[in-house]
Design a binder for this molecule. Structure first.
Ligand SMILES: Cc1cc2nc3c(=O)[nH]c(=O)nc-3n(C[C@H](O)[C@H](O)[C@H](O)COP(=O)(O)O)c2cc1C
Length: 311
């Protein structure tokens, strides 16, 4: 799957956002990417936190779309141990997280922390390459820790492990998620340097942007996160389908309410359900009036929320 020759689309991993509920929503509205990636399983020398929400994305994924299990860790031995465990599950492969900018993760050398310790990055990618079957190992990384001048050495390190695919978020760790900091040139360099297919990622939010990336920046594929939460029909559009109508957007919000309800199940409370919805709506508020956004942010009852979302 990772080595398919057609252009690939992937839903970007986003903890508690691009989760099982959202994967099911994409299936129900008929706008699926080619691959899902779980949010990271945190791998440490003592344990791998088998986060229930991430496990459900694997074990209850009935969408037909392959899912990669993502690991974030700083040391090869625990990463290898946990990759071997995750490979027992119905996953299409293992994805190493070398991009997470969270201080708590970076402090221990994991996520983007690997980018400022190339020997650790080397041992992580080489270790995983040795145990993950052919066609199933990928790395998601940023353009550098401080500066994209670090990128050539990062690409050498990753390339030497011969991953089957790579996803590059075109920002440094220092840039966090700041607007206008995605470097198209850095993504192009990764595409030109690595022998494997490279998917571009970062602020792709419209069909026009996705097409531009596929035609001029990252021809192997694009990975979309926040843009897909705001417009989940983007995967359908990239494959030649129509832009969503206003009714389809209302259908999306209704289905999202239903699927979050299904996920929460016995843990559901009216306020808890609204809070869960707000994790997705954080990326949708720009499509509402300031008054609607204000009301949505304060909602504690799902019927009122639905009335605002769907009129
Ligand atoms: C709330 C949130 C959670 C995220 N969690 C992860 C994660 O678990 N693993 C990962 O590799 N990237 C994670 N990311 C980064 C996204 O996968 C993606 O690289 C980033 O949002 C840029 O892409 P976008 O502009 O299409 O959203 C997260 C981003 C956000 C906003």
């Amino acid at each position: 799957m990772l080595t398919q020759t057609d252009k690939l689309t992937a839903l970007a991993p986003m903890q508690d956002v691009t989760d099982l509920a959202f994967m099911r929503v994409l299936a129900r509205i008929g706008s699926l990417p080619d691959v899902f990636v779980t949010a990271y399983f945190r791998s440490t020398p003592t344990t791998c936190a088998m986060a229930e929400n991430n496990l459900r994305c694997i074990e209850e994924n009935e969408t037909g779309v392959p899912v990669l299990a993502q690991l974030a860790g700083a040391e090869a031995a625990p990463l290898v141990r946990d990759a071997e465990q995750l490979l027992q599950l119905p996953v299409a492969g293992i994805n190493l997280n070398a991009g997470c900018p969270a201080p708590l993760v970076n402090r221990h050398g994991a996520g983007a922390g690997l980018l400022r310790d190339l020997p650790a990055l080397q041992s992580a990618v080489q270790g995983l390459r040795a145990v993950v079957p052919a066609g199933q190992f990928s790395v998601k990384f940023r353009t550098g820790w401080e500066s994209e001048e670090e990128l050539p050495a990062i690409l050498d390190t990753i390339g030497a492990a011969a991953p089957d695919a790579a996803m590059i978020h075109g920002r440094t760790r220092k840039a966090l998620y700041k607007p206008d900091t995605v470097s198209v040139e850095a993504v192009r360099l990764a595409v030109q340097t690595l022998a494997c297919p490279v998917m571009g990622n970062g602020d792709i939010a419209t069909l026009e942007q996705a097409r531009y990336w596929l035609n001029h920046i990252s021809p192997a594929g694009v990975m979309i996160g926040r843009g897909a939460v705001r417009n989940p029909y983007i995967f359908r559009q990239i494959k030649g389908g129509a832009a969503p109508t206003a009714d389809e957007m209302k259908h999306y919000y209704r289905v999202l309410v239903e699927e979050t309800d299904r996920i929460l199940h016995t843990k559901r409370t009216p306020a808890g359900h609204c809070n869960r919805m707000k994790k997705y709506l954080a990326y949708c508020y720009a499509d509402f009036t300031p008054e609607q956004e204000y009301a949505l942010r304060r909602c504690t009852d799902i019927d009122s929320m639905l009335r605002i979302l769907c009129g």
